[in-house]
Write a protein that binds this ligand. Structure first.
Ligand SMILES: NCCCCCc1nc2ccccc2[nH]1
Length: 292
């Protein structure tokens, strides 16, 4: 360990570790589920770390939050009811709230300490919790979905950490089946789906499961997030059978002068061209080679 530096070491990316220079340790705690650390970095703002893994930094969280939210929500007309699994930092809520058609936002986060820490140290991210359409449920997303009536949601966003620890079950087949059940016909889901540089096996497994379960479009997208391992992270986008969905083009753009946009500031990363580009994959990750 180099004094003054945080290195992200994990068995999920053996032999490599992204490091950030630490100015000051701001918080360290242990919840019922994981170790939680917040530090002030020299060049990426404040950083949230769960069990030694970087979850978000103030400087680049916009890329992840905007893409995981707007890739699904801009692919369907008039989303009204949205569920977020995980996402206890509130960033996805902030982005969902930009869509004026939204009437109801449920969020199910297992670890209350993540919400409390985010509200205290990351107010520009946790601002999402202030939207009157938001209902926060503290609990296990697996159980929440099992209890959800069939066809409840237009969209479900699974903003999970990695498949080690509390989020492990969110990458397994039964969970994807419960997602499909809770979506209306032509409803869409989007999950955090790791890195094509590091986790092709995990991704192939997710795609195989989703192809069996979701009878609509199933596509993998990716984007750049400098502080995630390998500098990129992916998203699995799936639609249930019903009104056709084409993920690769934004059909429901967020109008720039929408009142919601003003309260939350302009989009820093997402736009309609980045939307379509996100589905362009390198040859080693394409259908003929591997999966999509
Ligand atoms: N190694 C990549 C990790 C991606 C993490 C995405 C993420 N960051 C989060 C912060 C709080 C709650 C849920 C979250 N999900």
């Amino acid at each position: 360990v180099i004094p003054g530096w945080f290195s992200e070491i994990s068995t999920l990316w053996p032999g490599e570790a992204h490091s950030l220079k630490v100015e000051k340790l701001l918080f360290h705690g242990k919840s019922d589920y994981q170790n939680i650390t917040v530090f002030q970095s020299s060049t990426y703002g404040k950083v949230l770390v769960l069990d030694g893994v970087i979850q978000l930094t103030e400087r680049d969280e916009c890329a992840y939050q905007e893409m995981i939210t707007h890739l699904p929500l801009c692919s369907i007309p008039n989303p009204k009811k949205v569920l977020v699994i995980g996402g206890g930092d509130g960033g996805v809520l902030r982005e969902v709230a930009r869509h004026s058609s939204i009437e109801k936002i449920d969020i199910c986060e297992i670890d209350k300490m993540v919400v409390d820490v985010s509200q205290h140290f990351f107010p520009s991210v946790a601002v999402g919790f202030e939207d009157p359409r938001v209902t926060l449920h503290i609990g296990d997303g697996v159980a929440f979905l099992k209890a959800a009536p069939e066809g409840t949601y237009d969209a479900i966003i699974v903003d999970s950490s990695d498949p080690i620890g509390p989020a492990r079950e969110l990458f397994e087949k039964p969970f994807f089946e419960s997602l499909a059940k809770a979506l209306r016909p032509g409803g869409v889901m989007c999950t955090q789906a790791e890195s094509i540089w590091l986790h092709m096996h995990i991704i192939e497994n997710i795609v195989a499961n989703c192809r069996q379960i979701f009878k609509g479009c199933v596509d993998y997208a990716w984007t750049t997030v400098p502080t995630y391992p390998s500098g990129v992270i992916g998203f699995m986008l799936c639609a249930t059978e019903g009104p056709a969905v084409d993920f690769k083009h934004s059909i429901n753009p967020i109008d720039a002068d929408d009142s919601h946009v003003k309260t939350k500031g302009p989009l820093k990363f997402y736009n309609s061209e980045i939307h379509s580009a996100a589905f362009c994959l390198p040859s080693f990750a394409r259908k003929n080679e591997s999966f999509v």
